[in-house]
Write a protein that binds this ligand. Structure first.
Ligand code: IMJ
Length: 262
């Protein structure tokens, strides 16, 4: 097993389709002991029910945490210190923008919509790193989830593209700050997946179908293959990788856009 005796914290498990849940399953399968931070009390029951299906279910700990609230970050890390004593890795699968900012023209994004998306989707990773650092006493690994819309125009992704660009740049600066302590910082960039965050987005279903037709692998990305890459990065096999964005998208990122008739 890749992660025997390793202790990890995961943000962003919401339901069985969550990418963070794919990560939790791979990490638990590889022997890690997990802390799951759920967003609000309203979601606790769902997350506990999911976690009950993990191989090491009775060793999982749970804590509510809205990452944008400093007091909740303090209380989460106090709980982890008490239960685990330390951490080896953190997975960040958290993003939010106003629904109205995920369609139409990016130029119409309001100042508060912009600040909300950047704070929730990029700054929370910086905060997660700062709070985790004192617990990563033997070094370790921080991994966030990003998307190609950070570097290429993706219809309707709009302010989230700008937030993911900030998240990816933050990944590099965090890698430089934490590298001397043996802490690696990376991002994984999946192809479109049918999560709660993607369904209901205008045009998403059509794009999802098109990916399966045109991506080099001719299929969509699964949360299980994203989870396996995150497990690798969190393990000692990833020990030389930091400040990197790894695509888990069946090769989609390598394909030029535009019309390419057969
Ligand atoms: C999201 C919007 C537009 C296009 C999109 C997406 N494509 C993909 C996504 C092509 C793959 C999903 N994605 C990568 C995200 O990062 C989604 C973030 C998100 C989704 C919502 C939906 C509900 C809501 N706010 C959101 N904030 C962020 O109210």
């Amino acid at each position: 097993m890749l992660l025997e005796n390793k202790l990890g914290l995961i943000y962003g498990v919401r339901n069985e389709r969550s990418i963070a849940w794919g990560c939790a399953q791979s990490l638990a399968r590889e022997g890690a002991r997990l802390a799951l931070a759920f967003f609000s009390e309203r979601e606790e029951k769902d997350v506990r029910k999911l976690a009950a299906t993990l191989p090491n279910a009775d060793s999982v700990i749970f804590h509510p945490c809205d990452l944008t609230v400093e007091d909740q970050m303090i209380s989460l890390h106090a709980h982890i210190k008490e239960e685990f004593g330390k951490l080896d890795f953190v997975i960040h699968g958290v993003a939010f923008a106003k629904k109205e900012d995920l369609s139409g023209r990016f130029v119409d994004t309001s100042a508060d919509g912009f600040a909300l998306a950047l704070n929730t989707s990029a700054y929370t990773f910086v905060s997660a790193a700062r709070h985790a650092e004192p617990l990563l006493i033997d070094g370790g690994s921080l991994t966030t989830l990003t998307y190609l819309g950070s570097e290429k125009i993706v219809r309707n992704y709009n302010v989230m593209g700008v937030a993911k660009a900030a998240l990816e740049a933050s990944t590099r600066y965090l890698a430089n700050d934490l590298g001397p302590s043996g802490i690696r910082v990376n991002a994984v960039s999946p192809g479109p997946t049918m999560t709660l965050s993607a369904r209901g987005i205008a045009g998403f279903t059509d794009m999802y179908r098109t990916v399966a037709e045109y991506a080099p692998m001719r299929r969509n990305t699964t949360i299980s293959e994203v989870g396996d890459t995150v497990a690798f990065l969190s393990s000692d096999y990833g020990r030389g990788i930091t400040g990197e964005i790894i695509y888990v998208d069946g090769g989609l990122h390598a394909l030029a856009g535009g019309l390419q008739p057969e």
